[in-house]
Design a protein around this ligand. Sequence first.
Ligand code: NDP
Length: 461
Amino acid sequence: MKYDYDLFVIGGGSGGVRAGRLVAGLGKRVGIAEEYRYGGTCVIRGCVPKKLFVYASSFAEHFEDAAGFGWTVGKTSFDWSTLIANKDREIARLEGLYRKGLENARAETFDTRAIVDGPHEVRLLADNRVVTAEKIVVAVGGTPNRQPELPGHELCITSDEIFNLTELPDSMVIAGGGYVAVEFAGVMAGLGVETTIVYRGPEILRHFDMDLRQHLHQEMEKKGVRVICNEVFEKVEKSGASLNVTLSGGEVLTVDQVMLAIGRKPLTENLGMSKVGIELDWSGHIVVDEYSRTNIKSIWALGDVTSRVPLTPVAIHEAMCFIETEFKNNPTAPDHEIIATAVFSQPELGTVGMTEEEATEKVENLHIFKAVFRPMKHTLSGRDEKMMMKIIVDSANNKVIGTHILGPDAGEMAQIVAIPIKMGASKEDFDRTMAIHPTAAEELVTMYQPTYRVVDCKRVD
Ligand code: NDP
């Protein structure tokens, strides 16, 4: 045989494992190398442990809310080390499943850093051995931006470290206004940490619908998170056991921990990209065509190492499309249109399709349906928290082009409502769908009159 493997995958995260496991399942000879832990960012230090932390942090409110329903909750306390140990056990279990899935499919797993050494060559650094493969997939993902230009950046943690802090800090400041910053602000505040978030723009969560961004900002402040916009960190310095963070506006915050959540970078350094001539973009992401193929015809790239949509299900989908195209003779380009997403903020945000701002730019006439209401649970809990739902309709054809939800279970609702939106449902389809009562989601099918219209970029009430 000409090559050692039919496929060699570099990177054992969501995209790489899916590609390796399914191709091996087709009876092909597959090798896969991972330098850290199988499962990748999502499983080991991303989505999965984060969601467990979100659950942990929400108990404080559940205990408070119970009183309105007649419960007396005794003295409560929280033990960080128990949470970490239980989370570690679950992550180890999942990592084992990922590894087992590969081995059951007869893929050969390597626990080593691997780099591209030629169009068909991969160097395994543990024993400096070169293996050959007909096809190579690079799925090495990304790593947090540690902002080396920030004075004192070495004193800061990122999402890589926060999952394994030995102690829960009393106070924390987080830089960034994206998914990670907003989610961890909620987690930390829920666990009783005095939390501040510092974002460089005018409002957190750029790219999301402005109404929801503002609403979330207010709700986070009600939960005790201090949200500072239009500022950045100037420097971070040690001050005894604490850290002093100087902001661009001059204020100095003294805290126990400082976290940088200012985006991620692709892990393409020292990966053999220039040796083999693989094209990278300005930000170091691998450039691929619509079928995930790099400019080298035997090499593909999947997931966050490319500059597409950095979400786990997208990486998995890209892997499935790669398999269809290359191993099933069925050319299939990944579909990156209308991707539902959730931010596990507190309250949660779920969204699919265009924001009002995006739709205003692209569509002449819009009908906007908006509801702000108190979730039923809070009628008795007494909690001052409102839910928001918003539907964006193109009035030319009555198609629902965006739905945005902020409140309990927003992610779950966004996942379901993504199906009709992806199918091209009209507002009439929503209207003739019977409500389930009493739910919050029924609001999505009972908003009969537009709250306002947008005509040629102008709001008309
Ligand atoms: P994001 O891209 O979501 O957010 C980065 C934030 O950092 C933005 O607010 C950005 O501002 C800000 N920023 C960027 N550079 C600087 C800088 N030099 N100084 C100050 N602020 C800066 O990245 P995250 O790290 O939060 O998450 C990475 C990716 O992981 C996400 O994009 C998402 O795709 C994925 N993810 C998904 C989750 C989910 O599905 N629930 C959860 C967590 C992560 P600006 O907006 O102005 O550019």
